[in-house]
Design a protein around this ligand. Structure first.
Ligand code: SF4
Ligand code: SF4
Ligand code: FES
Length: 262
């Protein structure tokens, strides 16, 4: 039987503990993944007890408090604090989500915060998203239209056509979906993953775009698209309630029914 054992330098060790005084009643424990490639040390899990009476309500508030008050060396991404920029995505108690919109009170037990799964770690909770963005750029997520716009003005859409792209346009590129997708874990060199495919779907559905055939031809590839096996982890993990898994199925249907020129 195959045995799967982590290499010695990947084994996660017990890290530092920051405990509160015994008389603090409203506290929670946060267990946070730490890794600094510059030290050559193994990854470790640090434990931080936080007084919730002195902390905001979201997991991101706890991370900010840890960095401000307990360990300034902790690295993580964040910007908007409003679920809009997509930068504070982490694996929190086993699920990929945004730290800034995840209430602490909705989580049970100790709160475990890891980087997004199956990504190279730059430091602590910061992952390397280069490949993720390359996949996004490869679907050419912009309007392609060589026709003159009517009377030199904007290209109008009907309300119904706008509604078709309303949801997929709400993607904030947080990568929660792609890094929850087993097919993306094992094939991210070739498979585009749910976020990039949702972006492509958004332009395939845009009534103003004239590159539908070109886009479909580009996607009609066993690796780029058909590595999706409809497991649907992607849609379950999306913090914006989008449905990239369904969008991927729609793209497959478009390819199957499109009347290609040649
Ligand atoms: S539906 Fe497709 S893209 Fe979504 S998790 Fe499953 S395999 Fe990945
Ligand atoms: S589809 Fe959802 S989970 Fe995926 S990148 Fe967009 S917002 Fe994030
Ligand atoms: S900080 Fe911007 S989405 Fe969380």
């Amino acid at each position: 039987m195959a045995e799967f054992i982590l290499p010695k330098n990947s084994k996660i060790k017990k890290g530092n503990s920051f405990n509160l005084e015994a008389n603090v009643s409203n506290s929670r424990t946060f267990i946070v993944y730490r890794y600094d490639p510059d030290t050559g040390d193994n990854p470790r899990l640090d434990t931080f007890e936080i007084n919730l009476d002195e902390c905001g309500p979201m997991v991101l508030d706890a991370l900010i408090k840890i960095k401000s008050d307990l360990d300034p060396s902790l690295s993580f991404r964040r910007s908007c604090r409003e679920g809009i920029c997509g930068s504070c995505s982490h694996n929190i108690n086993g699920l990929n989500t945004l730290a800034c919109t995840q209430p602490i009170k909705d989580l049970d037990g100790d709160i475990r915060i890891y980087p997004l799964p199956h990504m190279n770690v730059v430091k602590d909770l910061v992952t390397d998203l280069t490949k993720f963005y390359e996949g996004y750029a490869s679907v050419e997520p912009w309007l392609k239209n060589d026709s003159e716009s009517p009377e030199g003005k904007e290209r109008y859409q009907t309300k119904e056509d706008q509604e078709k792209i309303d949801k997929p346009s709400a993607c904030i590129l947080c990568a929660c979906c792609s890094t929850a997708c087993p097919s993306y874990w094992w094939n991210s060199d070739e498979y585009l993953g749910p976020a990039a495919l949702l972006a492509s779907y958004r332009w395939l559905q845009d009534s103003r775009d004239e590159a539908k055939e070109e886009r479909l031809k580009e996607l009609n590839d066993s690796s780029k698209l058909y590595r999706c096996h409809t497991i649907m982890n992607c849609s379950l993990s999306c913090p914006k309630d989008l449905n990239p898994g369904q969008a991927i199925s729609e793209i497959k249907k478009m390819i199957a029914t499109h009347d290609f020129d040649e």
